[in-house]
Design a protein around this ligand. Structure first.
Ligand code: FES
Ligand SMILES: [Fe+2]
Length: 353
């Protein structure tokens, strides 16, 4: 089981999921409740257990009263900082009546929450995914909970050779598995880059149907994994022979940004946030619908495989030895970085008095 890395930012939700209805999500084993203030729409994140008898505050009949949250069991009422401001049947509110509130940042249409020591939260360290929320881009997105260790999802995303086998007929073609990768690791920044450049490849239906390209393609996949949570896949396809200019511009090509947010929920559970953004055919509804449906199918193929893998790993009676090959270089680097982040996040923090 992959341990959790605390003192990190994690994507808890998409912006559109958080509103005036209470939303419950569990991140790194911590139950959280999300809502937006009436006053200015700021997202609020509180511990999702009432201090009185542990009723989940995300569950009905708990409700919002203005910007305060009223527990649906006996009415303890909390403000946006988690301080209890009302208890039933007495005037005095006990001093310890409060629930934890969490640092939260809304950026690039994502709701990021800090899990760990709130004093260490620095919004500047959150990696960006501007394409999710920039003019000139159209994004389709979704989220699937998977009953698998988040480490299995990291492995899955850092090794795209599986596209050929698991996603054949969608995004996989023989060239993906056949083409060697290059891997770069920035240990200090916690970033793993894995690239696979195919200069003459079959065009998978995912791109043939959406771009209209006929015939063989140049297909570049450049992964940038910002451990622990944000995974970006810069994808470029173009008809064979159309190569990008030295300045990075791409006269005949199609750029697609594929984003995943890998958010551990509990032991053996992970939220798989996925999005496909494009800066071409941005107003074409048919393309949007096709990419949304096709990518969801691809994601569900991974979900099914990882659910199965988790069960399989759990049933082996004796320890087993993994066998890694070249394609696993990126995944192994990611594991190393995650192990370091886990260790750093577990250290007791020195408090300056
Ligand atoms: S459990 Fe919330 S008020 Fe009693
Ligand atoms: Fe996959």
């Amino acid at each position: 089981m992959t341990a959790f890395a605390r003192n990190q930012w994690y994507v808890a939700a998409y912006s559109h999921e958080v509103g005036r209805d209470l939303l419950g999500r569990t991140i790194l084993g911590e139950p959280l409740v999300f809502y937006r203030t009436e006053e200015d729409g700021t997202p609020v994140v509180l511990h999702d257990r009432c201090v009185h008898r542990r009723y989940p505050l995300s569950e009905a009949p708990t409700r919002l009263d203005g910007d305060k949250i009223v527990c649906g069991y006996h009415g303890f009422t909390y403000d946006t900082t988690g301080t209890c401001v009302y208890v039933p049947g007495q005037k005095r509110v006990p001093r310890t009546a409060r629930v934890a509130s969490y640092p939260v940042v809304e950026q690039d249409s994502l709701i990021w929450v800090w899990i760990g020591d709130p004093d260490l939260a620095d919004a500047q360290t959150i990696p960006r995914a501007k394409h999710l929320d920039s003019p000139g881009w159209t994004t389709v997105r979704g989220m699937e909970p998977i009953d698998a260790d988040y480490g299995l999802l990291v492995d899955n995303l850092l090794d795209l050779s599986h596209e050929t086998y698991l996603h054949g007929g969608y995004i996989g073609t023989p060239e993906v598995a056949e083409t060697p990768i290059t891997t770069e690791v920035d240990e200090g920044a916690g970033i793993v880059r894995v690239s696979r450049h195919m200069d003459d490849a079959e065009c998978p239906p995912f791109y043939a149907k959406s771009t209209g390209i006929e015939g063989r393609i140049m297909r570049w996949q450049d992964i940038e994994y910002h451990a622990p949570c944000l995974y970006l896949l810069h994808s470029r396809v173009a008809p064979v022979g159309v190569l990008p200019e030295a300045d990075g511009s791409d006269p005949g090509g199609f750029h697609t940004e594929i984003t995943y947010c890998i958010t551990p929920s509990g032991d053996g559970k992970v939220y798989d946030f996925w999005a496909v953004s494009r800066d071409w055919a941005i107003d074409d509804e048919e393309v949007t619908e096709f990419l949304a449906g096709n990518n969801r199918t691809v994601v569900m193929q991974d979900v099914t495989a990882l659910n199965l893998l988790q069960k399989t790993l759990g049933t082996e009676r004796h320890g087993y030895q993994e066998l890694s090959i070249n394609i696993d270089t990126g995944g192994l680097a990611a594991r190393r970085i995650l192990a370091r982040l886990v260790e750093e996040g577990a250290k007791p923090m020195e408090k300056v008095q």
